[in-house]
Ligand binder design. Structure first.
Ligand code: C2O
Ligand code: CU
Length: 716
């Protein structure tokens, strides 16, 4: 396999260069260095989950900076477990996910589980300024929630500033043991789409928000399929590393077999037309909702949206292009737009390869594109999407919210902002909404205007949200905590309630508000919490195109927020040396005498995070910690990939040196048994002590970057 790919690749690149630079004198630089490859597992079929009973799944996500070259150009990528895209989380319906996020960045962070309802666990939704205080650098925090009845295709990403654009994002797939389409495909693949920037997001945000800048969002440098893309290295700055022979995403198929592709758009800016030459896409799932199958040649997919399609390997054996076309029309830009000479204008047809396993190895696809007769930057027609199970939308509405979405008008300081009913959202990062409501008994009525909070309290009732777009941009709006029925959508005019579809509208959690158009959605009031609703174009988020829905505030106040969540908001309070790794007191877990946290029901099956060194436990070869029956003493933290980590004298688990590519600093959960090395925070987190004489480098200079060229000329 490897061998034939390396034969295909140079051809692939040649073809790219030929099509792109037929008139330029670009030269290919020699590959004289090595950079870790991106996450290869994503190109393999999913391992089927055959169990039915819900399980507790323990996951470590260790966040750190890693140099990677997703499109051939090496940059500092913000990674989880050293990988890009981030690790695939694959679980079963009903499973509990217990995810220990260790923040080894120099910035605070949060992780959001895009599409997961967090029924009764709003505080694990991961929205900085709304549902939690951020996880400080050096600190671990455990998200612990069940996926309930949800099934389908989701993803996870940082929800703090624009960090996900730098790499903190990965797929989350929930298997359905009763999948209605189970017999209709043989294998499952996950395929992600991402636009990619060579500059870090905080620099791009700073430029986007510079006073006087009104020239649209930053243009990405390239596009990726499952973390892999190509870049014209002749455009890379001197002194940077760039590999013009970067491997594209190659998915292998066997003739006659059927494949479920789970497609996720994890971008910051880009809308895509997805297609595979000569292969029809049978769409069976939209944003976690099974639908009656529809057959398409080309699939439109905006940021935050997901689809499952069944692809039959029914064509002549060979290689076929997988295409993720970014319509240039959807990238708004002008003369002064940040990165407006991006290479993407020469290569907006992002490609991977669908390869039949017995195909001739040395030829590139010669297949031709489908005809794209769809409107760019518009969702798949809502009249085509019918939920598999008939469900009717709420006919009566108890709460109606009207939202007008505006963009670009500079605030009094001259900074371009986005507005929801005239207000640009400002997160209260130090005292998020959930803390105000649950901890300080402050009603959302008293929130400042720029919190953009909208309340409704009628349990069992229904909300209708009517959204209007006053501008020419398309906005993929994503709702947290729910999916919704789209009962109407228009490209002009105003909503006409007599034309609403109240019979069989689509259900999803991300809908694109058309340019100068409108959308009407409804959903049931049944999930107490603070739920974000925002455009998923990350630059618009940073400009304030966000509002929050405060659902059943008084009911929310009766729920019990785990102390570990509160502790994130209480730096400097009293110092308790309790659990090494705090687990929430959610009634689901027990703490053993040795300080271990285990699931409550049944015998100890799998111990997530062991406390250090009480002489009472053993670690199995698989990395589970079990009560001792007379063997190994202590073994810090279990990792599912044993043989790859070492425990330091201070109790840190670190990667073994010289291990496989793309794998850095995987586990870094310190044990608290060494006072010289670790400190326990008030919330019970164990953090490394700063080393003697080392001072934290503040990145203020980098952050405050000012784009000074031609400032006055930026108005267009
Ligand atoms: Cu993908 Cu507010 O989320
Ligand atoms: Cu937007």
């Amino acid at each position: 396999m490897k061998k034939h790919l390396s034969r295909v690749l140079p051809l692939y690149v040649l073809l790219l260069l030929f099509t792109i630079f037929a008139t330029s004198d670009a030269t290919i630089r020699r590959r004289d260095y090595t950079v870790p490859t991106v996450y290869p597992e994503l190109l393999k079929p999913l391992t089927p989950i055959t169990t039915k009973d819900p399980q507790d799944i323990y996951i470590n996500l260790v966040l750190s900076y890693t140099d990677l070259a997703p499109d051939g150009y090496t940059r500092k990528v913000w990674t989880a477990n050293g990988q890009y895209p981030g690790p695939l989380i694959h679980c079963n319906r009903g499973d509990r996910l217990i995810i220990n996020v260790t923040n080894n960045f120099e910035d605070p962070t949060t992780i959001h589980w895009h599409g997961i309802f967090q029924l009764g666990s709003n505080w694990y939704d991961g929205v900085g300024g709304q549902t939690q205080c951020a996880i400080p650098p050096g600190v671990s925090f455990i998200y612990n929630y069940t996926v309930g009845d949800q099934v389908g295709t989701y993803w996870w990403h940082s929800h703090y500033l624009a960090q996900y654009v730098d790499g903190i994002r990965g797929p989350l797939i929930i298997n359905n043991p009763d999948d209605p389409y189970l017999g209709q495909y043989d294998y499952e693949y996950v395929l992600t789409l991402e636009d990619w920037y060579h500059a870090e997001s905080h620099n791009l945000v700073a430029m986007r928000m510079t006073q006087g800048y009104e020239a649209f969002n930053p243009i990405p440098d390239s596009g990726l399929i499952s973390g892999r893309g190509q870049y014209d290295c002749s455009r890379a700055r001197n002194g940077t590393k760039c590999d013009p022979n970067n491997m594209p995403a190659i998915y292998t198929v066997t003739k006659g077999k059927k494949y479920r592709f789970r497609i996720i758009n994890m971008s910051a800016e880009a809308f895509y037309f997805f297609s595979i030459d000569q292969h029809k896409l049978k769409v069976i799932e939209v944003d976690g909702v099974d639908i009656k199958a529809i057959e398409l040649d080309v699939l439109p997919i905006h940021i935050g949206q997901r689809f499952s399609v069944i692809v039959e390997a029914s064509q002549d054996s060979g290689n076929y292009w997988i295409r993720a076309n970014i319509p240039i029309d959807c990238l708004m830009f002008g003369k002064y737009t940040i990165n407006n000479n991006s290479a993407i204008f020469n290569n907006n047809n992002i490609t991977g390869i669908l390869q039949y396993d017995d195909a001739s190895n040395d030829t590139l696809p010669k297949s031709v594109d489908w005809n794209r007769n769809l409107l760019p930057c518009h969702d798949l027609d809502i009249n085509l999407i019918k939920p598999y199970v008939d469900v009717s939308p709420p006919l009566k509405v108890t709460d109606q919210i009207n939202i007008t979405v505006d963009i670009g008008e500079p605030d009094e300081k001259g900074t371009a902002k986005a507005y929801i009913n005239g207000q640009s959202w400002v997160p209260d990062l130090k005292n998020p909404s959930i803390m105000k409501i649950m901890d300080q008994n402050i009603s959302a009525k008293e929130f400042p205007l720029n919190a953009n909070a909208y309340m409704y309290d009628n349990e069992g009732g229904a909300v209708e949200i009517v959204m209007y777009n006053t501008n020419q941009a398309d906005h993929p709006f994503h709702l947290h905590g729910h999916n919704f029925f789209i009962i109407g959508m228009g490209r002009d005019g105003i909503p006409d309630s007599s034309k609403y579809n109240l019979k069989d509208p689509p259900m999803r959690d991300t809908v694109t508000l058309p340019p100068n158009g409108w959308v009407v959605i409804r959903y049931m009031i049944n999930n107490p919490g603070v739920w974000a609703f925002h455009c998923h174009i990350e630059w618009h988020v940073e400009m304030g195109m966000v509002f929050q829905l405060i659902e059943m505030q008084s009911k929310l106040q009766t729920l019990k927020m785990p102390p570990s969540v509160k502790a994130l908001c209480q730096p400097g309070s009293q110092h308790t040396k309790r659990l090494a790794i705090p687990f929430p007191d959610d009634g689901e877990t027990t703490v053993t005498p040795g300080g271990y946290v285990i699931p409550k029901s049944g015998p100890t099956k799998r111990l997530a995070i062991p406390s250090p060194d009480d002489g009472a436990t053993t670690v199995t070869p698989g990395g589970y910690v079990i009560p001792k029956s007379g063997s190994t003493k202590r073994s810090a933290i279990p990792s599912p990939d044993d043989g790859e980590t070492t425990v330091t004298p201070g109790g840190y688990v670190i990667p073994k040196s010289g291990q496989k590519e793309g794998f850095t600093k995987r586990l870094a959960i310190p044990s608290p048994d060494d006072d010289n090395v670790t400190t326990v925070t008030p919330g019970g987190y164990v953090i490394p002590k700063p080393k003697e004489g080392s001072t934290k480098v503040k990145r203020t200079t980098e952050r405050n970057i000012k784009y000074t060229t031609k400032r006055n000329a930026w108005k267009w």
